[in-house]
Design a protein around this ligand. Sequence first.
Ligand SMILES: [Zn+2]
Length: 301
Amino acid sequence: MKLSLFTLLFCTIYFFAHSQEIAITFDDAPLGDGNHYSGSERTDVLIKKLKKLNIAEVAFFSTTSHIDSDEKKQRLLAYAKAGHLLANHTHTHRGIKVLGTQAYIQDIQQAHQLLETMPNFRPWFRFPFLDEGRTIPTRDSLRQALSALGYTNGYVTVDNYDWYINSLFQQALAQKKKLDYTALKTMYITHIWESIQFYHRMAIQNLERSPRHVLLLHENDLAALFIDDLVKHIRNQGWKIISPTEAYQDPIASHIPDVLLNGQGRVAAIAKEKGYKGPFVQDSEDEEYLDKLFSQMNIVK
Ligand SMILES: [Zn+2]
């Protein structure tokens, strides 16, 4: 009896420590036309690719001021119709410092009113810039306001600079440059994979296990171009893609870290709470680093 209990415990610890699972989320949806895809083309491509990859559920965190036309509303509805989830990323994507606490809460409520009647809406809130407030009273007022609205924090565990690589890509397209798409794909996938590994290692080091992860991406042209290659790469490394619903059932979802740590995700915040001193950001989460890499990889011909 003792032995089997021990074995069960060992297997449970082993499973959790080595669980390599990650959910995919896209922020800022619906973004406008890019220089590669129009907004509607991008939505079509993402939906088709996710279906082909057998990914039944990802989440789109919507910045609702982007819903400025019927076409943009239809794009969100198309994601929902395809089985994906919609959640709240404020109405205007302005920071707490810019708006002040009360106006920031109103910004959340405004987005809520636009989203709550949409299909597959989930009361999850993703802080723009992953900024939960710079003081304890601000942080706690926001936590209380979200809780009163019935929300939980739609946290990420894997932060990265996909948006910055996309901005370099968009600039090059605007300048009518010829691009090496294979090199661009390698840069994008390597950057995201390194971010996953960085927070996976941080979790094992500080939480004694790697949780069910949540990957932050943006609903941009790069995501639509390379989501299939990215997912194949992640799966080839032995990881499983799970749904955000599954990811948010991990015990870290109910572990609200009592720290002020902005700009990174929940793994980093829990690590800080446990006394980890950093680094909280990997080398490639840096604009200068990515500028240099983009030019060294000869992405622009
Ligand atoms: Zn955002």
